[in-house]
Write a protein of this length. Structure first.
Length: 273
């Protein structure tokens, strides 16, 4: 029995070691790995620390490699970078989270090469001309803020990366609104995004007399599907709306330009008693 157990552990260790070695090679480059394998192994230390629930923790591995200068994220000149993101649900919410995460990292210009939805799975491939690669560690931090995490990273070459992402607790970054409390918002740079409680009943928005607010308000469910849209061509100082059932997020904007809300808005949401 002891021999069998030891044998199984050796097999698992061998398989994991091979998978980890392949990951390291792909992240640092095979040539560099072959010439600096000994120092890389010293830097990484105990290999078991990079295994979580039977999978390699790519982000933990990349953190160590990046910290020690074994991962280069800067190209000699702008080149076409292809990045693929894969997820198992909520394509609309997923696209919003990826866009917001990339924008927060300074990546604002890219085009869609492919978007496929199949049996609940969604794959999105983007192309960008850049001299900077997406930092997987920084991307992981941005995704974590939004309730997502990277399950796996595959690097075909320096210009072709694939991320498998879990959205188990996915959310967008929005101001959390507690019912029956008044919130004062300053002049917006972007539309206001609010996250509300399940018991929210009515939305009250008050403008200032020097504003020229023309309401444009959208209610979304937790997957960012639009539940209803309200807009008005006439300047409003006060606006009251019933909140649709299943609303999770509310976007408040001006129909024409955000400069019409130069003094900000006041928001109050009443809760069901």
């Amino acid at each position: 029995m002891v021999k069998i157990t030891v044998g199984i552990l050796l097999i698992v260790s061998f398989v994991f070691g091979g998978l980890l070695e392949n990951k390291i090679k792909s992240f640092v480059g095979e040539n560099r790995y072959n010439t600096q394998q000994k120092i890389i192994n010293i830097i990484l230390g105990d290999k078991a620390q990079y295994l979580n629930d039977g999978k390699i923790n790519d982000i933990k591995l990349l953190k160590v490699l990046k910290k020690n200068g074994f991962v280069s994220l800067v190209l000699k000149k702008p080149q076409n970078l292809k990045v693929t993101f894969k997820v198992h649900k909520d394509a609309i919410l997923f696209l919003r989270i990826i866009n917001d995460s990339l924008n927060s990292m300074g990546f604002n210009f890219y085009m869609t090469k492919k978007a496929i939805k199949d049996n609940g799975n969604f794959t999105w491939t983007i192309l960008m001309n850049t001299e900077y690669l997406i930092d997987p560690v920084s991307l992981s931090k941005e995704l974590n803020k939004r309730g997502c995490f990277i399950e796996d990273i595959s690097k075909k070459d320096n210009l072709d990366w694939t991320y498998n992402i879990s959205m188990s607790n996915a959310k967008i970054l929005a101001t959390k609104i507690i019912s029956d409390v008044t919130y004062k918002f300053k002049k917006p740079i972007k539309p206001y995004w609010l996250s509300i409680d399940a018991n929210a009943a009515e939305l009250y928005v008050s403008s200032y007399s020097l504003n020229r607010w023309h309401p444009y308000i959208v209610f979304y469910d937790k997957s960012l599907k639009i539940l209803s849209v309200y807009e008005n061509d006439v300047k409003q100082n006060k606006y009251k709306l019933q909140i649709p059932v299943n609303t999770k997020y509310i976007m408040i904007d001006d129909k024409y330009t955000l400069s019409n809300i130069r003094l900000g808005l006041r928001v109050y949401i009443s809760g069901n008693t």
